[in-house]
Design a binder for this molecule. Structure first.
Ligand code: KG4
Ligand code: ZN
Length: 341
């Protein structure tokens, strides 16, 4: 089955072709960074308009790159939520219309399920059950996954998501948008050990997270360095201490989740999963426990069409279909999904 996947929930337009037997055939991504950069964050209306402008040319480019014909597409999968409603509706409208014109089924994909299954897209596929750490700009959660579609929530952020904390702290450091990767880059130039940030909610049992306090801690620390002779170096030291605190906290909770469930496989997905320090430290923690950690390739950590095509393909193979209505949901709890295998 050849599935066209369409992602448009936020600030990236992603399209991909995934074949149930041959795997990922091609993917194309258009980033809106330039559109939003001057505003210091995503402007929803501009995001929707940009998706509308690029979706169809991207699908054409995808077909050209893959050598596939439009008529070979067996189904269309698209992100139906959660996300920015206008952005979602742009993708939903194109996906549904294409499916209707081609006379093929269309299927809604939950954006977080797309992220969560991204490590299964290619390479060595982790066996079920596994623990999933999902760290994106909008969500931070740990789930136990026994079957695809059956996500038992172990813990989640009670306030800011990890990526959101990266972005807000990056803004305080005047690193602009998108903040996470810029902060991680600056942190590489640090003097280790100059600052130490707290590791929130690690001193008590449980698997929930809280990252909003770190942002306040960063604000106070940044205010205290303003008259430093080498402000750039001091900023790098703050970036590093912040990154260490987030990574350490995530590692502590992942270790706890593996311990608590007795599981020996951890998968990591979502934009913050692209963070080098997080990848290295989780791998070291897993090795220490005789466990394995699985990641998607870096470009599939952040938003992309490939993960949507893959997740949609699994749901289509399980027989899922939706009626023709063009629908999208800004909010969509992941435990509302049906288990499929
Ligand atoms: O999964 P994603 O592309 O979009 C959402 O679904 O939210 O995640 C984007 C988030 C942003 O907050 C971004 O700053 C963060 O992932 N991010 C990173 C890195 N790359 C992306 N955070 C830390 N280090 C990185 N290398
Ligand atoms: Zn995402």
């Amino acid at each position: 089955m050849l599935v066209l996947g369409i992602e448009s929930s936020c600030d990236e337009t992603g399209v991909a072709l995934y074949h149930s037997e041959q795997g990922l055939l091609a993917h194309v991504l258009h980033s809106q960074v330039e559109v939003h950069a001057e505003y210091g964050g995503v402007v929803p209306e501009l995001a929707s308009r940009d998706h509308i402008r690029f979706l169809i040319p991207l699908v054409n480019q995808l077909l050209e790159n893959s050598g596939c014909q439009r008529s070979e597409i067996d189904a269309v999968a698209y992100t139906a939520g959660p996300g920015l409603i206008g952005a979602l509706m742009s993708g939903a409208a194109v996906a549904r219309s294409l499916a209707w014109a081609l006379g093929v089924p269309a299927v809604e994909v939950h954006h977080m399920e797309g992220h969560l299954l991204a490590p299964m897209l290619e390479g060595e596929v982790p066996k079920l059950p596994f623990i999933a750490l999902l760290v994106s700009g909008g969500h931070t959660l740990l789930a136990e996954v026994e079957r695809v579609g059956d996500y038992r929530l172990l813990g989640q952020s009670v306030d800011d998501a990890a990526g959101e904390a990266f972005d807000k702290t990056a803004k305080l450091l005047e690193l602009g948008y998108p903040g996470g990767p810029a902060l991680a880059k600056l942190a590489q130039q640090c003097t280790p050990g100059r600052f130490r940030f707290p590791r929130p909610m690690t001193d008590r049992p449980g698997l929930d997270f809280s990252f909003s306090g770190l942002k306040t801690f960063a604000l106070n620390t940044i205010q205290s360095i303003q008259s430093d002779p080498d402000l750039e170096q001091s900023k790098a030291d703050v970036a590093c201490a912040f990154e260490e605190a987030v990574v350490d906290t995530l590692v502590i909770k992942c270790r706890r989740a593996l311990q608590q469930t007795g599981c020996s496989r951890l998968i990591v997905s979502g934009g913050v999963g692209a963070n080098r320090r997080l990848r290295d430290e989780l791998r070291a923690m897993a090795e220490e426990r005789g466990a394995r950690v699985y990641y998607p390739r870096i470009e599939f950590c952040t938003d992309n069409g490939a993960m949507i095509a893959y997740a949609g393909c699994q749901r289509l193979l399980a027989g899922e279909r939706q009626p023709l209505d063009i629908d999208a949901r800004a909010r969509w709890p992941m435990d509302a999904l049906a288990a499929i295998r």
